[in-house]
Design a protein around this ligand. Sequence first.
Ligand code: ZN
Ligand code: ZN
Length: 187
Amino acid sequence: MALIYLLPLGNIENELLHIIGQNIRELFKHEFKVLSVLEVPESAYDDKRSQYMATTLLKEVIKNAPDNAIRIIGITPVDLFLPVLTFVFGQAQLNGKAAVVSTCRLKQEFYGLPPSQRLFRERVCKEVTHELGHTYGMVHCMNKKCVMHFSNSIRQVDIKDNCFCHGCIRKLQENKNERNSPNFSGG
Ligand SMILES: [Zn+2]
Ligand SMILES: [Zn+2]
């Protein structure tokens, strides 16, 4: 059976992984499986920025995809960046198999606020949906409430819903039936 795999890169709560998986099952209509935890590749670490290079983690995710993986999503607690951006919440292969999401900036504590488990889980699910959307060939949407809207601040993550707008749902259905060659896409 073709599965969507979740790959923890570093220490991620098992409960959170299962919440993400159930969210994927609901929105993408695929069963999921959680893989055993892998270390974050040290080669991804940038001393000057004290962050990890998103593309290196994404390559690690691709390398670890089981044969029956229809998609694979890496989830990591470390802060990710791309050379042109201060940080990214995640990165995905456009029309590809793999994506990676960082939970680092999705925690209230990151902004000096008291923790909120509910908000944290909601944000993680939104970002996973967003990056998975890219793997199905979806690009950024202008609708601020749509999960495919580009977020470069936590406020924008909170404004959007964890679902696709009507236009994006249509595109998702079309793209799910097509095969295109993968590209890397940030954000
Ligand atoms: Zn949309
Ligand atoms: Zn994006």
